[in-house]
Design a binder for this molecule. Sequence first.
Ligand code: HEC
Length: 135
Amino acid sequence: MSIKPLFALALALSALASVPAMAQTVKTDLYTVTDGYKVDPETLKGFRTWRQAACDRCHGANQEGMVGPSLVASLKVLTKDEFVKTVRDGRLEKGMQSFGTSKTVMDNIDYLYAYLKGRSDGAITRAKVEEFKPQ
Ligand code: HEC
C-alpha cells in the first residue's frame, strides 16, 4: 500500500478527534466534566479552593495522599456530611487542620466536595482542571 491513503486516513481521524461532538462528557448532580478535565464553573471553584487552601501540602498534588490519606480513596467511603465535618472541624490530634475559620473554604465547601468527588469517581482524570468553554 502506498503511503498516501494512510496519510489521508490519519488526517481524517485527526479531524474527527477535534470535532466537539466527540467530546466525552460526564454529568452528575455534583459536577459536569468533559474530556476528564474541562469542568463547569462551580467545580472549577472547588479546584481553586483546593489550591488556595493548599490541601495538597498534606494530601498530595493529585489527592493521592502524603501525610494525610488519599482523598481519591477517602471520598469513595466518606459521606458528604463526614467530609464537611472533617474539613470544618479538623482532626487536630491526628494532624488534619480545621478550616472552619477559612472563609474561602467554607464558602466553597460544596464545590470543593464536588471537585474531589469527581477525582474520586475517576470522572475528573487529572488534578488540574480548566473551565469548559463551549465551542
Ligand atoms: C497539615 C496537613 C493537612 C492539611 C493542610 C489538610 N489535611 Fe486533610 N488530613 C490530614 C491528615 C493527617 C488526615 C488524617 C486524619 C486521621 O487520621 O483521621 C486528614 C484527613 C482528611 C479527611 C478525612 C479522610 C478520611 O478518610 O477520613 C478529609 C476529607 C480531608 N483531610 C480533607 C482535607 C481538605 C479538603 C483539605 C484542604 C481544605 C485538607 N484536608 C488539608 C492532614 C491535612
